[in-house]
Design a protein around this ligand. Structure first.
Ligand code: PLP
Length: 407
């Protein structure tokens, strides 16, 4: 009798987005004359930068001619893209990351979800709360947690991000082996200072731990003092893996391209206490289970680094940050404390009441959908996430309605 992986049964059903869709759907059918604006989504709304579209067209033409056609590419990504990433995203910021330490992929979701495969099952996990749910759920699926207990799972060390620590968890007293960090953060939009990241790097070195640093939103950082990469911190090459994505940098959520950096200097230990290079393990994993990102998509990603591409992607992120500024100002007028939105596309609002109650209130009175914080973890209760990913017109209309409804 074939048996299932029963770890899946431990997963709390993810009701968040289904619940939002159900409540918005019910409202829309009851009030067809009052269209709802969704300020909750984590997906971009603006089209691809023209430089990327041109590159996609040119690559499609190459694929149409025998002389320039390409079949399977390198599993780790084409050299042209890895070299651009190495020089622009790292060398220009004073970080030494070689092209062959970069693994191009079709998304940071898969990479942040798959990376746990190369670690032992009985390691101690430290995961933020609130959190991008992929980090937790993929470890639950792999059997690295006990059963669900309320909004949490037994056996995981939760790193609480609350108003009292400015939504940036401090290093815990307890040791952990694998630490997930995400800055700029989803869902809070908080960013970590150099000193805060240095404390995490020191913690990892002290505990022989590995940090998984998700910087999918690094393109939104405007404050020059905030590190854009964990490798800006001394010693991080020995303790950290970094995940980046073109999804929110250049509108690639539907085009799909991202990358993961595994420095060759990074090790974890085998059962006999011998150090093993994680680069070799991730390379083995990717070459076995992944066949590379499509050639036209990698060309489109490379175009982001051209002069026009850089200007256009900066324009895109500036546009969303403009929305974020309007949202922050509206929350300030309403007297609702918030973080994020200055170096991130999310604004985390302390609504001072149950997050679903506030969601319903906003939907009923303003026909605006936000994301209830409780869906991101226990510490998300009392908050909602508002996203800057929308047209300017929608943001302005939504904020006018919220202002009128809550005044
Ligand atoms: N990491 C974080 C923190 C995210 O919020 C998201 C997407 O919302 C991802 C990773 C996934 O990015 P990708 O589109 O590259 O899979």
């Amino acid at each position: 009798m074939i048996r299932i992986n029963e770890n899946y049964a431990k997963l709390k059903a993810s009701y968040l987005f289904a619940d939002i869709a159900r409540r918005v759907g019910a409202f829309a059918s009851a009030h067809p004359d009052r269209p709802v604006i969704r300020l909750g989504i984590g997906d971009v709304t603006e089209p691809l930068p023209p430089a990327c579209v041109e590159a996609l067209h040119a690559a499609a033409d190459e694929m149409s001619a025998r002389a320039t056609f390409r079949g399977y590419g390198p599993e780790q990504g084409y050299g042209f893209l890895r070299e651009l990433i190495s020089s622009h995203d790292y060398a220009e910021r004073g970080c030494r990351i070689e092209p062959d330490e970069i693994f191009v992929s079709d998304g940071a979701k898969c990479d942040t979800g798959n990376i746990q495969e190369i670690f032992a099952k009985d390691i101690r996990l430290a995961i933020p709360d609130p959190v991008y749910p992929v980090y937790v759920d993929t470890n639950v699926m792999a059997g690295r947690s006990g059963p669900a207990a309320g909004a949490r799972y037994e056996g995981i060390l939760y790193l609480e991000a609350t108003a009292s620590n400015g939504y940036v968890p401090a290093v815990p007293d307890a040791p952990a082996d694998l630490v997930y960090l995400c800055f700029p953060n989803n869902p809070t939009g908080a960013v970590a200072t150099r000193e805060q990241l240095a404390a995490w790097v020191a913690y990892a070195a002290r505990n022989k731990a590995v940090i998984l640093f998700d910087s999918a939103y690094e393109a939104y950082i405007r404050d020059p003092a905030i590190p854009r990469s964990i490798y800006e911190i001394e010693g991080a090459r020995e303790v950290a893996i970094e995940f980046r994505s073109f999804s929110k940098t250049a509108g690639f959520t539907g085009t799909r391209c991202a990358y993961t950096v595994v420095p060759k200097t990074l090790v974890a230990w085998d059962g006999a206490g011998r150090p093993q290079a994680l680069h070799a393990m991730w390379s083995r994993r990717q070459t076995t289970k992944f066949n590379g990102v499509s050639y036209p998509v990698q060309r489109a990603a490379a175009a982001i680094y051209s002069e026009a591409g850089r200007r256009q992607t900066r324009g895109l992120t500036d546009f969303y940050l403009g929305n974020a500024r309007l949202i922050r100002a509206a929350m300030a007028r309403l007297g609702l404390p918030c973080v994020g939105g200055e170096n991130a596309p999310y604004i985390w609002v302390d609504v001072g009441r149950d997050s679903w109650e506030f969601f319903d209130l906003l939907l009923e009175r303003a026909q605006v959908a936000c994301t209830p914080g409780a869906g991101f973890g226990r510490c998300g209760e009392g908050h909602v996430r508002i996203s800057a990913f929308n047209s300017r017109e929608n943001v302005e209309t939504a904020l006018d309605r919220i202002g009128a409804a809550l005044a």
